[in-house]
Each structure stands twice: as C-alpha cells, then as structure tokens.
Design a protein. Structure first.
Length: 298
C-alpha cells in the first residue's frame, strides 16, 4: 500500500510539472504574438506614426488630382470657346455674303438716280421758255430717290455686346471686323448725313419750281419705274393747267438755284458716298476671303 501511494504521489508530481510547463509555454507564445502585433502595425491604425515620405506622397497625389482636374476643365473651356468662335465666324460670313449683293444693288440704284438727275439738268435751259419741262417731270422722281444701305450687324452686335471679341483668337480677323464696323458707323454715317442735307435742300427748291400734283400723279402711275416718252402728252396738259404763278424772272432764278442744288447733290454722291460704298464693299470682300481662309469655311 505504501508503495502504491508513493507511485500515485510521483504521478501527481509529474502531472503538475507538465501542467506548469504547458502554461509557461502558452504564456511565452502569447507574449511573442503580442510583441509581433505591436511591431507590425497597419499604416492606417490610429496609433501608426507616418514618416515624412508618406506625407509627401499623399501631398503629391492630392496635388496631381487637383492639377489634372484643372487641366481637364481648361481643355473643356478652350474647346467650348473654340466652338463658339467658329459659330460666330459662320454667322459673320453669312452676314457678309448677304450684304455684298445688297450693296452692289444700292450702288446700281444710285447710278440710275444720278442718270435721271443728269436728264433733269439737261432739260432745264435758259431762257426758261426753252426748257423741256416734260422731260424734267419724267425724271424728277427717280432723280430724287434716296437709296440707303444698312449692313447686317447681327454678328458684330453680339461680338460687341456679349464680349465676344475676346473669343476671337485670330487677331487679324478680329481687327478687320472692328475696322469694318467702325468705318460703317463713323465714316459712312457722316457721309450719309451730309448727303441727306443736300437732298433736303434740293427737295425744298423742287417744291418751289415744280407742281407737286404732277409729281404725285407721275409717282402713282409709275412709282420707281422709268417714265416713258409717251407720257409727254398728258404731262404737257397738266403743266399748262398748273403753271406756278410767278414772274418769269423770279421763276428763272429759282429754277437756276434748283439746277445748281441738284448738280451739287449728285456731285456729293460721286465725291463721297460712292467712295464710301466702294470702300465698304472692299471691306466685305476682304473679310469674306480672310474668314473663309482662317477658319476653313466655304
């Protein structure tokens, strides 16, 4: 019995020693695992301390993102502005191509009016009894037709009012458009005002030496068309019925003044207005060529 007790006591002592060894081993493993976890912290852990290189990398990445966004937006805006610039040039070209035939037609109308003015001047001779008043009446309306030209400012008005000129990166085209607009609004306006004053002078004198009733009837019959020679008979009869009650000397003096005023009116067109219209036409043709070439437009 004593021997059995001794055996059991030794077994218990051995089990106790093994148990202590296992606990020590587990403690050692736990400590080692804890140490490893402390050494290998994740970079985004709250207790992780960043190195200066990591800060620099994050800054560079943020800067690159902002910079690329700025570049992309700038490219987009440049593309939009380029499209708007070309749209302006398309409509500008349309305006110019519509204006050219209109201006050419205006110059032709003025030429016909001036030819009629020559006919009126040729018909007025002195002494006044030798004058061919029938011929003067046939041409008087056409001689005093006043033709005007207004260029299409659809695109130039938009360029000026909306600050669109800043979109025109082609300065050669921009400067040419500005010069064209200024010439029309400054030089041509002054020429037209002066020519209109000549016209008003002629009309006032016409009302003193010609019978308005005859002029009105001729206009109602033919308007802007040339009055044929066949109208001489009824014009003659109206002249005899509606003679201006003035003495021959006074009537001759007024007719002489009218004739000179009409000649001055015609000469002002030749010296100023025609030159202005020719320059305006030159601007239009040069702009059509320049815009078509610079913006590859047909």
């Amino acid at each position: 019995m004593t021997e059995e007790k001794n055996i059991e006591q030794r077994r218990e002592e051995e089990n106790s020693e093994n148990s202590n060894m296992n606990e020590g081993s587990q403690t050692t493993n736990d400590n080692t695992q804890t140490e490893n976890m402390e050494v290998h912290k994740h970079p985004h852990h709250v207790t992780h301390k960043k190195k200066w290189g990591e800060y620099l990398l994050e800054f560079l990445m943020l800067f690159l993102a902002v910079f690329l966004g700025f570049v992309a937006e700038n490219i987009r805006e440049t593309s939009v502005e380029h499209d708007r610039e070309k749209d302006y040039m398309v409509t500008m070209l349309e305006d110019l191509k519509a204006d050219v035939p209109l201006l050419v037609s205006t110059e032709k109308d003025w030429e016909e009016s001036n030819n009629s003015a020559d006919s009126v001047v040729d018909a007025i001779t002195f002494p006044l009894a030798t004058a061919d008043l029938r011929k003067a009446y046939r041409h008087i309306n056409e001689a005093l037709n006043y033709w005007s030209f207004k260029y299409n400012d659809r695109t130039t008005a938009q360029l000026k009012n909306a600050g669109g000129f800043r979109l025109l990166h082609n300065k050669k085209v921009a400067n040419k458009i500005i010069a064209y607009d200024q010439f029309y609004n400054d030089a041509m306006t002054k020429m037209a005002d002066q020519h209109n004053s000549y016209w008003e002078t002629v009309v006032k004198l016409r009302n003193k030496v010609f019978v308005q009733e005859i002029i009105t009837k001729i206009y109602s019959e033919y308007q802007y068309n040339r009055v044929p020679i066949s109208a001489n008979s009824w014009i003659d009869s109206m002249i005899s019925k509606n003679r201006i009650p003035l003495q021959a000397e006074a009537q001759s003096a007024l007719m002489f003044e009218f004739k000179n005023a009409l000649l001055s009116y015609k000469q002002d067109y030749i010296n100023n207005m025609k030159g202005g219209y020719d320059n305006l036409l030159k601007y239009q043709q040069e702009l059509i060529t320049l815009i078509s070439k610079e913006y590859n437009l047909e």
